[in-house]
Design a protein around this ligand. Structure first.
Ligand code: NAP
Length: 275
């Protein structure tokens, strides 16, 4: 039988690296640190090795469909699938960034929503029975959902929204942002927030689909917030260390065999949150 395997995206630094570090200590299987840049990834693998931790490396740029497909083929060939997938890779423009909102909307949605969706399209079929999928979203998704128009809120909370409808809404946000009409369209003024509304909603859609299409496989898929974490993204004033930020994603990644919940939820501090 193939060894068990865990894959973490965007794990050359920040919360992703701390998730790999914790999985190396707690997961009975092989752990893959992945990064879009091979040099940054290998440096991170070496930093773990200097702590006595063994992580494997595979290049993975979630913005690059070929990179996703190459990685998916590798894990299928070498391990027959994937046991744990943590979609951690994400970006955020700094508050002071002078890039126009239209650019911020397009670029942020591309990675945080559309590229993560591409990862899930190509990796979900590889998730083995009993597998765990964790999408690192943010508490900002809950705050931003509340700032959407009632009509949008209703769709994001509905149980019948499809992936196609959701992707259409995410694209509508980008298109309206380009015309500076997103506020009239019922959207909040935050590209990062909307991208994470999309990711949390997508997690709920895909969990329902797994329950329907693979009811006996016991796969659990959730979105989570790591908290406010001191990384290059959030800066030094944030309240949690990367190790503390990894706690909830790792808890979801290591939900014990036979567990039936949480599934399709948004989880923060190991607690299911209202969406
Ligand atoms: P970070 O320190 O900026 O790290 C982000 C990681 O994602 C880096 O490894 C980065 O790689 C990688 N990445 C970005 N685009 C990628 C792509 N296209 N393909 C592969 N990897 C890519 O940020 P962080 O704070 O650890 O954030 C990790 C996740 O937690 C993100 O999804 C973020 O939205 C979420 N989050 C963070 C906080 C917080 O307070 N920090 C709060 C809520 C949620 P490079 O080094 O190559 O850029």
């Amino acid at each position: 039988m193939s060894a068990k395997v865990a894959v973490v995206t965007g794990s050359n630094k920040g919360i992703g690296l701390a998730i790999v570090q914790a999985l190396c200590k707690q997961f009975q299987g092989e752990v893959y640190l992945t990064a879009r840049d091979v040099g940054r990834g290998q440096t991170a693998v070496q930093s773990l090795a200097s702590e006595g931790l063994k992580a494997n490396f595979h290049q993975l740029d979630i913005d690059d469909l070929n990179s996703i497909k190459t990685a998916a083929a590798y894990f299928k060939e070498k391990y027959g699938g994937v046991d744990i997938l943590v979609n951690n890779a994400g970006i955020a423009f700094k508050m002071a960034d002078p890039a126009p909102f239209s650019t911020q909307a397009e670029v942020t949605l591309k990675t945080n929503y559309f590229a993560t969706r591409d990862m899930l399209t190509h990796f979900l079929p590889l998730i083995k029975p009993g597998g765990r999928v964790v999408n690192v979203s943010s508490f900002v998704s809950v705050m931003s959902l509340k700032k959407c128009s009632p009509a949008l809120q209703q769709r994001f909370r509905s149980e019948d929204i499809t992936e196609e409808e959701l992707s259409g809404l995410m694209q509508r946000f980008v298109d309206e942002a380009k015309k500076d009409q997103h506020k009239q369209g019922g959207w909040p003024d935050t590209a990062y927030g909307v991208s994470k509304v999309g990711l949390t909603t997508l997690s709920m859609i895909l969990a329902r689909r797994l329950s329907k299409e693979r009811p006996n496989d016991g796969i659990l898929l959730n979105a989570c917030c790591p908290g406010w974490v001191r990384t290059d993204m959030a800066g030094p004033k944030a309240t949690k260390s990367p190790e503390e930020g990894a706690i909830t994603p790792v808890y979801l990644a290591l939900l014990p065999p036979g567990a039936t919940e949480p599934h399709g939820k948004f989880v923060s501090d190991k607690e299911v949150q209202t969406w």
